[in-house]
Design a protein around this ligand. Structure first.
Ligand code: NAD
Ligand code: MG
Length: 401
């Protein structure tokens, strides 16, 4: 088989770094074509040098100059592209076979659409694009004859437990043999904290995830369970499942990554250590299995597997996601945009932890009450996303004042 040329959007992040680790185990199968970063240009230089990337994408001219200055002597500079245009061009580059979509947030939308339109194999780690663009994104995947493989561990687990005929397919209706999907969640760092103490939790505490090491935004989302909410919407689109057939279960050990329940009552689950290299290797190797670098899970080190019902009083963000999915795509775009803004403000100590869900709810109520537009394409989604951000910032400001 010819070596697959890989483009990693968001190479310096947690998923990006894990992807480079898996690729480094398989020099015969994969070459790095392009790497992108928004900050941490030092790390990008190191990554590009070690992986011999041919192209890098940085946000602006300042970052380009910095990259050029930091590049060691001895090898020619990679080609340097810039900004959103640069991201879209590498994602659609005719030399690229596989695109890892690991930019955090809705910022991933334009480049992931470019990859879809250009018919790439897309390893979708970013969930915000699918939450915001839903059907519009799936249509781009279908029209472009792209292949979409979920990397988010829950969706990757479900993908692995689906009937064989669904392999490699984006379905447009629920499979008749599936009764429901069961998404597992760790419950995050505040699963057992007395409710009254949630008022005072700090960004540092919220980022301390019990089982996974991830970027800051998704770590806060895991604490609030907004992450699971986004994943419910993601599962709805990826597997054509209605919201009432997607159940969320807290499973504090994070060993079962999710489950598919069939109409005969059988439940298939996928297990493994909580380490993103496993789903990344699955996506890179699909349909074959390749080494991810993980050693065997020590089952004797875990004497129990627990399951709990999520408390919606503790995790209002989860309720909001179910409601948004039932309401409209406008509500889903708004949910995602307002959550990104609120998490950012919380990380900057501008609002308190419970304000995150409150701002999201306020913004959805405001936007859904005023916007009756249908979203026809990416531009509509981006414009709605921008408006929702402005409104959410105002609600954050009001809470900070
Ligand atoms: P991260 O914050 O560690 O990394 C984000 C990457 O995106 C970095 O390379 C950063 O430079 C780049 N980036 C940030 N803002 C950008 C912008 N405006 N334009 C272009 N590039 C930008 O995030 P992460 O934890 O690696 O997560 C990446 C995505 O994968 C998220 O959507 C997250 O929900 C999803 N995901 C992550 C994990 C995980 O274990 N980390 C698991 C499942 C899904
Ligand atoms: Mg996940």
């Amino acid at each position: 088989m010819k070596t697959q040329q890989v483009c990693i959007l968001g190479a310096t992040g947690s998923i990006g770094r894990n992807t480079l680790e898996v690729i480094a185990l398989h020099p015969d199968k994969f070459s790095v074509y392009a790497l992108t970063a928004f900050n941490n240009i030092e790390m990008l230089v190191r990554q590009a040098w070690e992986s011999r990337a041919r192209v890098v994408v940085v946000p602006d001219d300042t970052a380009k100059r910095r990259f050029t200055t930091l590049w060691p002597e001895g090898r020619p500079l990679p080609e340097i592209r810039i900004g959103q245009e640069g991201l879209c061009s590498v994602a659609a580059d005719p030399d690229v076979d596989v695109v890892m979509a690991a930019i955090v947030g809705a910022a991933c939308l334009p480049s992931v659409f470019s990859a879809a339109e250009a018919g790439k194999r897309i390893l979708l780690a970013n969930k915000e694009a699918l939450v915001a663009a839903g059907e519009i994104f799936l249509n781009a995947v279908r029209v472009g004859s792209a292949q979409l493989l979920p990397i988010d561990s829950e969706h990757n687990a479900i993908y692995q437990c689906l009937p064989a005929e669904l392999s490699g397919v984006v379905p447009d209706q629920p499979h008749q043999s599936i009764r429901r999907l069961i998404l597992t969640a760790s419950g995050g760092p505040f699963r057992t904290l007395p409710l009254a103490e949630l008022e005072d939790v700090t960004p540092e505490q919220a980022c301390l995830h019990p089982n996974w090491v991830m970027g800051k935004k998704i770590s806060v989302d895991s604490a609030t369970m907004a992450n699971k909410g986004l994943e419910v919407i993601e599962a709805h689109w990826l597997f054509a499942m209605p919201a009432d057939k997607i159940t969320v279960v807290i499973h504090p050990q994070s060993l079962i990554h999710s489950m598919v329940e069939y109409i005969d009552g059988s439940i298939l689950s996928q297990m493994g250590a909580p380490d993103m290299r496993a789903p990344i290797a699955y996506g890179l190797g699909f349909p074959d299995r390749i080494d991810s670098g993980l050693s065997s899970l020590d089952l004797f080190a875990n004497d129990s597997l627990g399951f709990e019902r999520p408390c919606l009083q503790r995790f209002p963000a989860l309720r909001l996601a179910y409601e948004a999915l039932e309401t409209s795509q406008v509500a889903c775009v708004t949910l995602n945009a307002a959550n990104e803004v609120a998490v950012d403000k919380f990380l900057q100590n501008k609002i308190r932890y419970p304000d995150i869900a409150a701002v999201v709810e306020q913004t959805i109520d405001y936007m859904v009450g005023r916007r009756h537009t249908t979203l026809a394409g990416l531009d509509d989604v981006l414009s709605l996303d921008a408006t929702a951000r402005t409104i959410a910032k105002e609600f954050c400001f009001a809470r900070n004042a």
